[in-house]
Write a protein that binds this ligand. Structure first.
Ligand code: DAH
Length: 338
């Protein structure tokens, strides 16, 4: 390279630094000229080929070129590194970042509340599978083979023996078969029936069973006071409770349990169909035949059982008019229960 060519490259390099508009471009210029394999180090190596007469001037010019270029690179670095903000850095009009925390589903909340209330009375939570046997769901609960609830039109059967449980009552059978009295349990869980869905029915719903069996006398009065206590805790102190005679295969005597309608306070409204009462549970004293099926001696034990609909409680507690709201998972509905 001649001295003239050197001057031209010098000019080009300085222009390239001035033209670079960002840090990346600037660095590329630096690498091209002063990097380890850059032009200036290469020219230093070629010094021996420069005619001896020109060599001192050539060497000196390389030195000043390098110094000037590095100085300019340094100066430009400061300029491109700090972009000048062209407006407010913080824009208060932008939508904020936010997230909606989830809430527990009302059915989950009711189940937790049921467990808390009965927990204070010494009941523990027992669990059973959704897929049950004919024996646990029907036979051991003293349900005769021809009972209509066993019909394929009402129950989801897998085969002759296995089914989706139609009630939480089979957990009674499981618990009594596995444990000696006393037993004092509740059993919240899913149940399945071939019901057509409407405002008050769903093919999949929740119940909780309650069972208290002891070797000391347990009476219908105990059942009544327990459920009355539960009603007050769940619905408030003004709630009324009434028992109506009924029939269930697994209890004798059997009752249906109503709470006074909390919407109208008992005077009659659309929700309670003008009766002032809402049916909440079935209950009764455990039938001796059930004790025999689970291996208990009916002469030695006393006990009561009850089964209540969880959605039913959620609906009257929160004033929900259509059970389907509980399954549609519409956030506008669910977020009200936070
Ligand atoms: N299993 C009954 C039903 O699904 C409810 C029931 C009634 C449960 C009486 C009980 C009971 O434990 O004693 O309709």
């Amino acid at each position: 390279m001649t001295l003239a060519e050197l001057e031209q490259s010098y000019g080009e390099s300085m222009a390239a630094v001035r033209d670079a508009t960002d840090a990346t471009a600037l660095d590329q210029v630096r690498v091209r000229y002063v990097g380890r394999n850059g032009l200036i180090p290469a020219l230093v190596k070629q010094m021996k080929d420069v005619p001896a007469a020109d060599r001192p001037a050539f060497g000196k010019r390389l030195q000043t070129w390098r110094a000037e270029l590095e100085e300019l690179l340094e100066a430009r670095k400061g300029e491109v590194a700090a972009p000048v903000a062209s407006g407010p850095v913080f824009d208060a009009t932008l939508p904020g970042q936010w997230s909606v925390p989830g809430v527990e589903h009302p059915v989950t909340q009711v189940i937790a509340e049921v467990a808390r209330i009965f927990g204070k009375l010494g009941f523990t939570v027992a669990d059973g599978p959704d897929v049950e046997t004919r024996f646990n769901n029907f036979t051991a609960l003293n349900t005769a083979a021809h009972h209509p609830s066993m019909d394929a039109a009402d129950t989801f059967w897998f085969d002759d023996d296995l089914l989706l449980r139609t009630q939480t009552s089979p957990v009674q059978v499981r618990v009594m078969t596995a444990h000696k009295p006393p037993v004092r349990i509740i059993t919240p869980g899913r149940c399945y029936r071939r019901d057509t869905t409407d405002a008050t029915h769903s093919a999949n719903f929740h119940q909780t069973e309650g069972l208290y069996v002891d070797t000391r006398p347990v009476s219908l009065a105990d059942l009544k006071s327990t459920l009355a206590y539960f009603a007050r805790e769940m619905m408030g102190s003004k709630v009324g409770v009434r028992f109506r005679p009924h029939f269930f295969p697994f209890t004798e005597p059997s009752v249906e349990v109503d709470f006074s309608c909390h919407i109208c306070g008992g005077s009659g409204c659309r929700v309670c169909k003008q009766s002032g009462w809402i049916e909440i549970a079935g209950a009764g004293m455990v039938d001796p035949r059930v004790y025999r099926f689970v291996g208990y001696d009916p002469e030695e034990v006393y006990g009561y059982a009850f089964g209540m609909g969880v959605e039913r409680i959620a609906m009257i507690k929160y004033g929900i008019k259509d059970i389907r709201h509980l399954y549609e998972n519409d956030v506008r509905f669910l977020s009200q229960f936070g």
